[in-house]
Design a protein around this ligand. Structure first.
Ligand SMILES: Nc1ncnc2c1ncn2[C@@H]1O[C@H](COP(=O)(O)OP(=O)(O)OP(=O)(O)O)[C@@H](O)[C@H]1O
Length: 291
């Protein structure tokens, strides 16, 4: 079903508004509306169009992953939602507002943690809380930092510098920082890409734990290369075509019940079917016989 643009909503009469509210109640409100977005970059060789005419609605509380080959435009799409890229055509609406730049309603976590190395774990989160919440006391800010560090089991390390933490711990600090500013939308660009398989696996559980504690109200968009990760975490997986001018190849629904159990899920025939589907969408050679 097509969502309405802000202009269309403004021209609705009362009964239409009631109807659209009723529909929204059933389908859930759109947290992110990507409307016909094209992003081109100027380079010395001319203009390079990374993504073209992409439209996608992401509902409040949904977890959606972008997957595709290297260079297909996943980060470009993500950066357009975050406001770090400006669309050459089309627009992104986040939480009802046209995205014009980065904002506190959209928290971002990158693969490289992006913690300030000269600040302690505590200070890294405090700085973010301090610049996002102007009207609360210092005591309340300290409590917010403590609560979020406890949620990722890192309170006892709050005095350490990032350089003295493991990769998984750094990523937990980055996630705690993103949750501390309490954005409605969490954007994760290959957040676990640099972690070993065991740490990655426990980070998936940590992330879902935080999402659950927040009543599954945060919308999470994630870039990943990892099919298993995408299935375990997501409600939908958006597969992108190769660039230039990448488009959406297919959207795969992950209709697996939550809470999901890492050990059991892989034996679920529905999981295997989704896994196969994604594999076939992403890979065309499965053995040396295919060359
Ligand atoms: N600022 C920029 N200027 C010029 N070209 C860019 C810029 N940002 C991205 N590109 C190009 O756009 C294309 C898509 O890049 P993007 O980083 O979005 O891909 P990706 O799917 O996230 O890749 P990976 O999986 O390797 O991280 C690439 O060809 C890249 O070189």
């Amino acid at each position: 079903m097509k969502s309405l643009s802000l202009e269309e909503i403004q021209t609705l009469n009362d009964s239409e508004i009631e109807t659209s509210k009723a529909i929204e109640k059933i389908l859930g409100p759109s947290a992110i509306k990507i409307d016909n977005v094209t992003v081109s970059f100027k380079s010395k060789n001319g203009i390079y169009t990374a993504i073209k005419d992409i439209s996608l609605d992401i509902k409040k509380g949904e977890i959606v992953s972008f997957i595709g080959h290297s260079g297909c435009g996943k980060s470009t799409l993500m950066n357009t939602i975050s406001g770090m890229n400006t669309p050459s055509h089309g627009e992104v609406i986040a939480n009802g507002n046209v995205v014009k730049g980065p904002g506190p309603d959209r928290g971002i976590v990158f693969q490289n943690y992006s913690l300030l190395p000269w600040l302690t774990v505590f200070q890294n989160i405090y700085e973010a809380v301090d610049s996002s919440f102007k009207n609360i006391s210092k005591k309340e800010k300290i409590e917010m930092v403590e609560k979020n560090l406890k949620m990722v089991n890192l309170w006892e390390h709050h005095h350490k510098l990032p350089g003295h933490l493991s990769g998984g711990m750094k990523q937990r600090v980055a996630i705690a920082r993103a949750f501390a500013i309490n954005p409605k939308i969490l954007l994760l660009d290959e957040p676990f890409g640099a972690l070993d398989a065991l740490t990655k696996s426990s980070m998936h559980i940590e992330l879902l734990k935080l999402w659950n504690l927040d009543h599954r109200e945060k919308t999470i968009v994630m870039v990943t290369h990892d099919i298993e990760e995408a299935i375990f975490l997501s409600d939908r997986v958006v597969v992108l075509n190769n660039g230039p001018a990448s488009t959406i190849k297919e959207i795969v629904e992950v209709n697996l019940e939550r809470p999901r159990n890492k050990k059991d899920i892989v034996h679920d025939p529905k999981y295997m079917e989704i896994h196969d589907k994604l594999l076939n969408l992403l890979i065309d050679k499965f053995s040396i016989a295919d060359y």
